[in-house]
Write a protein of this length. Structure first.
Length: 301
């Protein structure tokens, strides 16, 4: 609607509306979170959790409104049929831009339970949003390098224990567990440094979803494999706010999770670990081919 304005002005309006939306809903969320903290009883906790999730969904709807107001994006979407709002889902996606998060929330809001992301521990210090993520029970993980773990072996396994505790909490109510398997946003520099075998993806990390399946596997309806493609090039978040993203291709594949993956010991069983990693790598290989095909089709139009 406002896309006729200069890009910098559209971006400024979008940033203002985004910030206003965050401040408004975060203020209400903090009040409810404080009441939840004062009344740590199971029945009260469940009651306040429902209110918190409703607030989070309204916050996302607010984001969708300013996106409609400031952007003129062509959304090419497939795969959102037959989803269950009362189900448990494991969701994975490629990751290229901060805009991926807003797009995922827009597409899945009120179609499946509110997405819970695994976040780096450092993000808890992000102003306002760090507290919002904490109040909504997002798991914060410390990702240590192999070199660090060699020097501090006592830290080994602590991320998995944090993930396990978070997943146990998710077992109480329908939840969507979201994981960017690459662990970080795709850039050419990261791609070259990793020597990734894929053309459009970084290497996938399997440990997080392996543990989620081990703890919650029987509850998950399925794995939703999401592919996000920007035919005109990967945008910065500012590009997205300025309405410069003309088209987004969004594909969701409902992947059946092999039953033997629900009980395996990823950390302790090296044979199981190898089989699971191979399954993930096959998913990623197919995703890379899918991205190539979607980009090829888009450019041919």
């Amino acid at each position: 609607m406002l896309n006729f304005l200069p890009g910098w002005l559209v971006g400024s309006i979008a940033m203002f509306l985004l910030s206003l939306n965050i401040i408004f809903w975060a203020s209400i969320l903090f009040v409810v979170s404080f009441l939840k903290f004062l009344l740590p009883f199971r029945s009260a906790t469940r009651f306040f959790d429902k209110i918190l999730w409703w607030i989070a969904e309204q916050w996302i709807e607010g984001n969708v409104l300013w996106m409609k107001l400031t952007q003129k994006t062509n959304w090419d979407v497939q795969g959102l049929d037959n989803l269950n709002y009362q189900g448990w889902y494991l969701v994975v996606s490629n990751h290229q831009s901060w805009s991926d998060i807003l797009i995922l929330q827009k597409m899945f809001n009120q179609r499946i339970p509110f997405l819970k992301f695994f976040l780096k521990r450092e993000l808890i210090w992000v102003p306002i949003m760090g507290l919002v993520w904490w109040a909504l029970d997002f798991p914060f993980l410390r990702r240590h390098s192999a070199e660090y773990l060699k020097e501090h072996p006592e830290q080994k396994g602590k991320d998995y224990e944090t993930t396990r505790k978070a997943c146990m909490k998710f077992s109480l109510v329908p939840t969507s567990v979201m994981n960017f398997l690459e662990g970080t946003r795709f850039t050419k520099a990261k791609h070259d440094k990793q020597k990734s075998p894929h053309q459009y993806l970084l290497k996938a990390k399997a440990g997080g979803i392996a543990l989620a399946l081990n703890v919650l596997g029987e509850k998950f309806h399925s794995l939703l494999d999401v592919t996000i493609v920007y035919p005109d090039g990967i945008p910065t978040f500012w590009d997205f706010l300025c309405g410069k993203v003309k088209k987004v291709i969004f594909r969701v594949s409902n992947v059946e999770i092999p039953s033997h993956f629900l009980e395996g010991d990823y950390e302790g069983d090296k044979e199981f670990q190898a089989v699971f990693q191979q399954w993930v790598q096959e998913l990623w290989k197919e995703k890379d081919q899918q991205i190539a095909a979607l980009l090829g089709a888009a450019r041919a139009q």
